[in-house]
Design a protein around this ligand. Structure first.
Ligand SMILES: *Cc1c(COP(=O)(O)O)cnc(C)c1O
Length: 379
């Protein structure tokens, strides 16, 4: 059997150990220390500087804190993309609020601005209080931010950007994560760079950052003893983990170029295969980090389904994965409202993510190309 080709494995640089070692040397094996400060600085300057960054143990925690800082609570509505990973919506439940799911538009696969406004109007008619919009930039593709921000402004609703998958992506030249009141980035093991597990909350004031640190370190009041007047969480990033992050930030630009190169590899490969589309930026306003390369398969034209292809790849020990199952179709969210049609559902039924790791070798690419060509030969 061939060795396994993973969808999106970690890709370490060798720089990480130096920073971990430094933490050991100085005995900062805790949730404060130089690595945390410097990692936050690295992310901050990468995103252009005029933001504040709070390092946390996950992006899921970051979304939860963003919702809390916006005062989301009991029975509030939070509108979010249905076409996403479950972590875009779970923190809404942690706040006892209602997730309201919005369909995608076909160009970016992200939240459809037209459907968003329809949903807002309908929820307001029903007397609901809409506290926030969580907009996701899926697979690194920026959402249509101009349209979404102008709707949010019109109805005075705060925006949280779930940029978990889109570190390094840009919309009209501006980095994803910096558009909303809050942004979040994930450093989970499968993302474009990793700290093994971790996330950052992006804020626009020192005050918000300080509140996020306060809540993420058990909401301890200023007193010599342990004194608490609100409920806190244990969400802060550890100084060891932040050391991995510092090493990874040094190679982020290389990783983005490598992932974009893999997207080009698939684009060339499928150029002459009728009925397969590689997910690509609609125009120059959008710059994707191409975290995962994805395709959609027209089964009428090819005579094949995405499941047929997934199994053919698996047969050669190559991992691939269906696109996200829309959240409104997940049993855990079956009682919450959904606005839209079949766009996200059709993507789920016809789409597949292909191996996209920045450490994909030439041999692995050749193997993938062979299986894909063979698979579509008879279509
Ligand atoms: C990975 C991911 C998250 C959660 O990130 P964690 O750091 O694993 O908590 C949230 N949203 C999206 C879209 C993701 O892909």
């Amino acid at each position: 059997m061939h060795d396994k080709i993973w969808l999106s494995p970690p890709h370490l640089s060798g720089n990480e150990l130096e920073f971990i070692d430094d933490a050991f040397q100085k005995n900062w094996v805790t949730s404060i220390g130089n690595n945390i400060d410097e990692f936050e600085n690295d992310v901050r300057s990468f995103l252009g500087g005029n933001i504040e960054v709070c390092a946390l143990n996950s992006a899921t925690s970051a979304i939860h804190l963003a919702l809390m800082l916006l005062g989301v609570g009991n029975e509030d509505d939070v509108l979010t993309s249905t076409f996403s990973f479950v972590a875009s919506a779970n923190p809404i439940i942690y706040c006892n609020a209602n997730p309201v799911f919005i369909d995608s538009e076909p160009e970016t696969w992200n939240m459809c601005p037209v459907t968003l406004e329809e949903a807002i109007k309908d929820r307001l008619l029903q007397g609901k209080k809409i506290k926030a919009i969580i907009v996701v930039h899926l697979y690194g593709m920026p959402a249509k931010m101009d349209e979404i921000l102008s709707i949010a402004e019109k109805y005075k609703i705060s925006v949280i950007e779930d940029a978990a998958e889109s570190l390094g992506s840009r919309y009209k030249g501006k980095p994803c994560g910096g558009f909303g009141q809050f942004g979040i980035i994930s450093f989970n093991g499968n993302k474009i760079i990793t700290t093994s597990g971790g996330g950052t909350l992006i804020c626009h004031s020192k005050e918000d950052k300080n509140k996020a640190i306060f809540l993420s370190t058990q909401a301890r009041d200023d007193a010599p003893h342990y004194q608490h007047s609100s409920t806190g969480y244990n969400y802060r990033m550890s100084n060891i983990i932040a050391g991995i992050g510092r090493g990874q930030m040094k190679v982020l630009n290389d990783r983005i170029q490598a992932r974009r190169g893999i997207h080009n590899f698939y684009t060339a490969l499928f150029k002459n295969i009728d009925g397969v589309d590689v997910f690509t930026e609609p125009n120059e306003d959008f710059y994707s980090n191409h975290w995962l390369s994805a395709i959609t398969i027209n089964s009428e034209k090819t005579g094949k389904t995405r499941e047929d292809l997934r199994l053919a790849l698996l047969n050669d020990n190559i991992e691939s994965r269906p696109l996200w199952k829309p959240l409104h179709l997940q049993p855990v969210f079956s009682n919450f409202p959904y606005y839209g049609g079949q766009t996200a559902e059709n993507l789920f039924n016809s789409g597949l993510c292909l191996p996209s790791g920045s450490n994909l070798s030439i041999e692995h690419k050749e193997r993938i190309a062979r299986v894909l060509k063979d698979f579509f030969k008879h279509s």
